[in-house]
Design a protein around this ligand. Structure first.
Ligand code: NAD
Length: 424
């Protein structure tokens, strides 16, 4: 659950409302609806890890597997104090829809540890990660459930998961299991282009939107919430289009410079200092002012439930490109529609990460190594394919883009379930 104002919002509650809206619209098969309305497996592990001073702490970790109708479970791992079963359920379910929209053979899963990683040393984080991997055991696997990075996890953490998983397998099978996790460092079997993949996907979908709207990205203004993997890469990759970053927010606060902020320089500064404070020509603004920034594009790239009934009124943009998962709740959605703000929904917009994870998984299985051009052009093809399907569904059903994205995903899953039937 995440807290906004006095209210406690269930993120999974948002998923249920989004799902029901789309299923009602297309008269979704009521039997298959029952299946997709539930997660398939939910694993909760409480496990110990030794701290640097020798004492032991107990952590709670999660892995929720929503659906594997289209392929192995797939989805990231988040290390954050707000991780709980409600949030992980929601994130796992969104992964199912995402893979279905961009036509990759994966199901949906998500996991994480309820922990604030900033409170632990690197060696403690390594032991927490390894012990979590050990606790998950055969609940993950290269042909079964494949984790990847998410909030506060990165390629280093994926390398520790890989090493722990392989070390617990029989020696003669180890090299055949490198695809147990994606988002690995390139030297350890990762793919070129995975690090920037989600941001790259956001930019590819924005470029499609601009083409549709006959809108010139050159000189367009944008602002970004969350300057981690997704937010920083989106900003950096929008620069060659001639778009101008005018405001940015992270946990250190919100800052603006209407004349433009160089994303490469800001990224270098933020990586070193973990704050925007002290970066030249930035003015600190409050959160509400930040959300009300007058610009063409807003990219939420932090956490859920940022655009709600309370905050949606503040926005003054043409389009919102959801880099984050679940940044807008259903009440927020309605207000954005009333305000005629376009939306590129999360389950389409941020699918670049899982697409290049799929490429990494394929490269590992085939012992191949693709160059960056190949990765980028294949990514573009798949995400633009998803974009086209969502646009067509929005037109056909005369509905908003989030519902249209659900329609694309649900229709694909409905077909698969009808073809296969239910065992026995
Ligand atoms: P990250 O940990 O690299 O970055 C998240 C950033 O958001 C951090 O800098 C953090 O300090 C900041 N943040 C946290 N709470 C905030 C708040 N309340 N206000 C402003 N900033 C805040 O994580 P990421 O991988 O960039 O993920 C960001 C979002 O994108 C998440 O919703 C994640 O699920 C989604 N996503 C990530 C990927 C991926 O490949 N990493 C793929 C698809 C979707």
């Amino acid at each position: 659950m995440s807290k906004v104002g006095e209210k406690t919002l269930s993120v999974y509650g948002n998923v249920v409302r989004q799902f029901n809206k789309a299923a009602d619209l297309i008269d979704f098969d009521p039997e298959i609806r029952k299946i997709l309305a539930k997660t398939q497996n939910e694993v909760i592990v409480n496990f110990p890890a030794i701290m640097d001073d020798g004492h032991i702490e107990i952590f709670t970790g999660y892995r929720v597997q929503h659906n594997n109708g289209l392929g192995p479970y797939k989805g990231g791992l988040r290390f954050h104090p707000a991780v709980d079963i409600d949030e992980v359920r929601a994130l796992a379910t969104w992964m199912t829809w995402k893979s279905a929209i961009v036509n990759i053979p994966f199901g949906g899963a998500k996991g994480g540890i309820q922990v604030d990683p900033s409170k632990y040393s690197q060696s403690e984080l390594q032991r927490i990660t390894r012990r979590f991997t050990f606790a998950l055991g055969c609940n993950i696997g290269p042909e079964f459930d494949i984790p990847a990075p998410d909030v506060n996890t990165n390629s280093q953490i994926m390398a520790w998961i890989l090493d722990t998983y392989l070390s617990t397998q029989p020696p003669h099978t180890r090299q055949a299991n490198v695809h147990v996790v994606t988002g690995k460092p390139v030297e350890s079997g990762g793919s070129l282009g995975r690090d920037k993949a989600t941001g790259q996907g956001v930019v590819f979908t924005l470029a499609e939107w601009a083409k549709d709207r006959k809108f010139d990205l050159k000189g367009a203004t944008y602002f970004v919430q969350g300057f981690g993997n997704v937010g920083s890469w989106t900003s950096i990759l929008l620069k060659p289009y001639g778009a101008k970053l005018v405001a940015v927010e992270d946990i250190c606060g919100a800052y603006e410079n209407p004349h433009g902020i160089d994303p490469d320089e800001l990224n270098a500064y933020f990586k070193q200092n973990r704050t925007f404070d002290g970066f030249r020509n930035l003015k600190k603004i409050d959160h509400k002012q930040f959300l009300g920034t007058k610009a063409d594009i807003f990219v939420p790239a932090a956490l859920e439930n940022q655009i709600t009934a309370e905050t949606a009124q503040l926005f003054n943009v043409k389009v919102i490109a959801e880099g984050a998962n679940g940044p807008t709740d259903p009440d927020g959605d309605e207000i954005l529609q009333q305000k005629k703000i376009d939306l590129i929904p999360d389950i389409l917009c941020n699918a670049g990460g899982v697409i290049v994870s799929y490429f990494e998984w394929l490269q590992n299985k085939r012992s191949e190594f693709w160059d960056l051009e190949e990765v980028d052009s294949k990514l573009r093809k798949l995400i633009v394919g998803g974009y086209d399907r969502v646009r067509a569904a929005a037109k056909k059903h005369k509905t908003d883009w989030r519902t249209a994205a659900y329609v694309v995903a649900l229709s694909r899953l409905e077909k698969v379930y009808k073809e296969r039937g239910i065992f026995p």
